[in-house]
Design a protein around this ligand. Structure first.
Ligand code: FES
Ligand code: FES
Length: 155
């Protein structure tokens, strides 16, 4: 099998590695690069726990091939300090105790980051839509939506 050399920016740092054409981005992040915040949930695009930002847009890393990351900029929760909104959201969720088990947290925070980077004054409806693809089994979503609203209000 032909191996590929890929390079991308991961949380602000350049990384360079060799992957197989069929390697999945989620597995490479977790297994080869030690990035554990994107979680393995459904592994088929349904739950959003594997969400990362690629060039500022959320993607399901369980559905992306590692070769697709070549030349891109990837941000995970480990790189929260590289994004203003990610940092604020993380702080707000913590202050409000908005998560319980926290399994959904990295994906929800990155989906909310994408939203607030596009629209820093979202409505409740916008917020619910933005996180609609991120399943949370614990909270019923209300505290999550409130935390995102409050993070957006804080200037
Ligand atoms: S693990 Fe990727 S969407 Fe569920
Ligand atoms: S806090 Fe447990 S899945 Fe969301």
């Amino acid at each position: 099998m032909k191996l590929h050399n890929i390079q991308f920016k991961l949380n602000g740092e350049k990384v360079s590695l060799t992957v197989e054409p069929s390697d999945v981005l989620l597995d490479v992040l977790r297994g080869k690069l030690g990035i554990k915040s994107p979680k393995v949930g459904c592994d088929r695009g349904d739950c959003g726990t594997c969400t990362v930002l690629m060039n500022g847009k959320t993607i399901r890393s369980c559905l992306a091939l590692a070769v697709e990351a070549d030349g891109s900029e990837i941000v995970t929760l480990e790189g929260a300090n590289t994004r203003k909104w990610t940092q604020r959201l993380q702080k707000k969720f913590h202050e409000k105790n908005a998560f319980q088990c926290g399994f959904c947290a990295p994906g929800i925070i990155l989906s909310a980051t994408e939203l607030l980077e596009k629209d820093p004054r979202p409505t409740k409806h916008d917020i619910k839509e933005a996180i609609a693809g991120n399943l949370c089994r614990c909270t019923g979503y209300e505290p999550i939506v409130e935390a995102i609203e409050e993070a957006a209000r804080e200037k």
